[in-house]
Every structure is written in C-alpha cells, then in structure tokens.
Design a protein around this ligand. Structure first.
Ligand code: 1CP
Length: 354
C-alpha cells in the first residue's frame, strides 16, 4: 500500500527517503541533509586513499569512486551521497586535453576560441564513461535506501574552464566570447549542454536517484545576460532529464538576482548560496523546493553558534514547498569533520512541526 506518510527506520527504497520526499514537497520525518563537496575534502580517510593518485585518475577508478562516495555517508550519516567525480570529467572522457591540478583545479591545455575548436569536441555517449556506469551501479547496491545524487557542470560554468583554460575570477575571456562572438558561444554552449545531458542520463540509467546541475559561476552574469546567453542551454539540459523520474537540483553561487530564472530553467529544487537568506529566496523560486544554505565558514564557529544558525535556516525552510538542508557552497577543505557530524545530527533531530 502506498502511503505519503514517512516510515521512520524502514526506508529501503531511495524514493521513500527524506531527501527525495523533500525534493518533491512530500511530508518528511526529518529535514534531510547532505553537503556539497562532502566527498573528498576534509576527511583524513579520503586523503589517505588519494595519496599518489591524481584526481582524474581516481574519478576513473570504480574502487576509489565507490569508497570515496561512501565515506561521508558513513562518517556523517548524511541523507544522500554525491557521486565522486568532477564537472570536467565528461570533457576528459571525450578526449579534451585537460588535467585537475592539486590546489588549482581544472586546467585545459588548448583553450577553446573558434568554431573549429568547438567542432573538435566529440559528443558524449555511454561508451565514453563505462567507469561511471560501473561505479554508480555498485554504489546504488551499497547505499540501499540512501539516494545517490548524480551531477554535471552546467554549460556556463564548464565553458568558463574551456575558454579561460583554467579557474578564473572575472571570467573575462568567457564573457568576451559571449558578447563578441555569439556564434562561437552558441555552438560551445550547445555542445556542452549535449554532453551534460548525456552524462546525467548515463548516471540515472545506472541508478542515480537525483541529479544536480552545478552552475557555480553563473552569478557572474546579469539577469538579462543570463536569460539570453546561459539559461536556454541549462534549460535544455534540465529538460533532457525531466522525464527520467528523478528530481533535478539547479545550483549556482552569487545568484540572488538569478533565482527566479534558475527556477524557470526547469529545476525541481533550487540550490541557494549562503549570501541570499532562504526567506528572500523562497518567494523567488515559485512552487519549488529549496536547498541550502548555511555559510560554509560557520562550521569553523563554536558548535552552538553553528547550530543556532542552522536552526534558523530550517525554520525559514518551512515556508518552502520542500527543504533540503545543505551548506550554501562546498565544504571548505580544512573543515573539522567532527563539526559536520554535529551539524548533521543537529539538523536531523530538529522537530519537523513547529
Ligand atoms: O563531494 C564531492 O566532492 C563530490 C565531487 C565533486 C563535485 C560535485 C568534486 C570533486 N568537484 C565537484 C564539482 C565542481 N568542480 C564544481 C561545482 C561545485 C562547486 O562550485 O563547488 C566546480 C566549479 C569544480 C571545478 C573544480 N574542480 C575546482 C574549482 C576551481 C575553481 O575554479 O575555483 C577544483 C579545485 C576542482 C578539483 C576537485 N574536484 C573535486 C575534488 C575533491 C577536487 C580537489 C581534488 C584535488 O585537488 O586533488
């Protein structure tokens, strides 16, 4: 018998988990919690596993992906796992010459400048990423009732690495292409949207229970420019996975003025960064769930200060269609795992009705 009320302690199907239910706006027995970049940052057991193994190499090794993805689930007791990978992994998989340099991030050998450069990037098929299919399948078996979140980088954020050649603050070359070579821009965004959609489809086909589209650097755009040059391509990615039966989370940083558009782009859940109060964000995203949004530096504050702020966020989240607790951006690498453990337990034990 199907019942919309949660069954505490008897969740075997990820679709009945507090996380998936919250994304759908269904009643939950506790506020679900997970953390962006919960895998592979602050955990000593992660650092040990990664010794002498490059980031991309570890992403392509199922034994490592499975173990690293499970580590924060065991340590923190979070309500969802996020697949250990990176937003540039699908580019690497189709043959783009890039590396992830320790302490730097993704570095692209030959930055994209022309239509020919774009045309040289192959489209992605499942054959490019057999190690992703294998890792997701194994994880879903190990995780039982805990949902696995698959993810992809959104076209703007991925384009910024391809055009700049690496991490950048201002994204000036990226925006120079956007404004000055709109035909190259459209071709590039189209190419990345296709790759992102195919990559998400692979993860869901292998058993992922939800997907998140990371548009971390979209906040570099004004709402007008976002609407014209960015949103159509993100919308295409989100539409491609709309009928797969899994919730779609859409997240970016510094997106206070973009939230209505990011919601319109087709998300079921809008991720809110820590700069925008949830009470401000909720009316902007319409009838959608929200995710967020504790300032990641609050984990460095005394435990009581951190938990007081977390309680206020959970309180504000009650006004939303559904609320998934998270940090307002990724876990900072020198975060004390003990604090995230406390935070997780604290949020999960808060009473659900006021
Ligand atoms: O929990 C997890 O760690 C899951 C795996 C994960 C995810 C979801 C990694 C591992 N990266 C990402 C997404 C990602 N990668 C984003 C979007 C999310 C966000 O904004 O935090 C972005 C922008 C990247 C690009 C990237 N990869 C950077 C940022 C560089 C910049 O422009 O400032 C960095 C430092 C990386 C490397 C990386 N990715 C992941 C890890 C664990 C690492 C560090 C690896 C290492 O240095 O060995």
């Amino acid at each position: 018998t199907w019942d919309d009320s949660p069954v505490p302690g008897e969740v075997f199907d990820p679709r009945d988990s507090a996380f998936i239910r919250a994304t759908r706006g269904l009643p939950v027995d506790h506020t679900p919690v997970w953390y962006m970049r919960q895998a592979g940052r602050s955990l000593p057991e992660y650092r040990r596993l990664r010794e002498g193994v490059g980031m991309l190499e570890s992403c392509m090794t199922p034994d490592l992906v499975v173990e690293i993805t499970l580590q924060p689930v065991r340590r923190y007791g979070v309500d969802a796992a996020i697949f250990f990978s990176d937003i540039v992994l699908p580019l690497k998989a189709v043959g783009v010459d890039l590396d992830i340099k320790p302490g730097v991030g993704p570095v692209v050998a030959d930055p994209v400048r022309t239509l020919e450069d774009v045309a040289a990037i192959p489209d992605l098929t499942a054959e490019h990423v057999p190690f992703v299919t294998e890792s997701v399948r194994r994880l879903v078996g190990e995780l039982g009732g805990t949902p696995l979140i698959g993810f992809a980088g959104a076209p703007f954020t991925v384009a910024s690495y391809l055009v700049e050649g690496g991490p950048s603050k201002e994204h000036s070359r990226t925006k120079a292409m956007m404004f000055g070579a709109p035909d190259v821009w459209a071709a590039l965004m189209d190419k990345i949207a296709g790759i992102a959609a195919a990559y998400l489809e692979v993860q869901v086909a292998a058993g992922a229970s939800a997907v998140q589209l990371f548009d971390s650097w979209a906040g570099a755009c004004t709402p007008e420019d976002y609407r014209e040059y960015v949103m159509p391509y993100s919308a295409r990615v989100l539409a491609a996975v709309a009928d797969l039966g899994v919730p779609r989370i859409h997240f970016g940083v510094n997106t206070g003025s973009l939230l209505p558009l990011m919601a319109q782009a087709g998300a079921d859940v809008v991720g809110v960064d820590w700069r925008t109060p949830l009470a401000t964000a909720i009316p902007l995203v319409g009838d959608r769930a929200v995710q967020g949004n504790l300032d990641p530096t609050l984990v460095f504050a005394p435990t009581e200060v951190m938990t007081r702020r977390a309680a206020a966020i959970v309180e504000a989240g009650r006004a939303a269609r559904g609320h998934v607790f998270n940090l307002g951006h990724g876990v900072i690498s020198d975060t004390d795992p003990g604090q995230l453990e406390e935070l997780t337990r604290f949020v999960q034990q808060l009473p659900i009705s006021p």
